[in-house]
Ligand binder design. Sequence first.
Ligand code: RTP
Ligand code: MG
Length: 140
Amino acid sequence: MALQRTFSIIKPDATARNLTGAINAKIEAAGLRIIAQKRMQLSKAQAETFYGVHKARPFFNDLVSFMISGPVVVQVLEGENGIAKYRDVMGATNPEQAEAGTIRKEFAESIEANSVHGSDAPETAAEEIAYFFAGIELVG
Ligand code: RTP
Ligand code: MG
């Protein structure tokens, strides 16, 4: 399979605990290359738009509040089968169900404060990358 790009967020629970480097080490150890990265504070509108697919879910308001509770690091990752590979490195949404060695097993605090986001399909990866980065910022 050719190189594939995915979009990642290091979430506020992780930046608060100074875990950006530890998470990046796991990303790189898995063979994914960080081809763009920036730290930012999401606005409420940006968080609502980003997680718009979950608007009707009972956890939506809490999720938006969490995502704006502190800085995030947004990233573009590239690698063979990058989307699925990063989902494997992240582990299950609920850290209690995540496999040993995954980012969420090792670092997540709860099903909500679960340290990282990763795109779930090629279409969402392309949309999410374009929402946060200009093409000129992606250096593969
Ligand atoms: P993500 O989109 O952040 O990569 O996470 P995911 O695919 O593993 O999980 P998803 O179902 O898309 O949920 C998005 C984020 O919402 C929060 N969440 N809270 N309180 C809850 O029951 C609950 N369920 C999900 C998590 O931060 C989850 O990553
Ligand atoms: Mg998701």
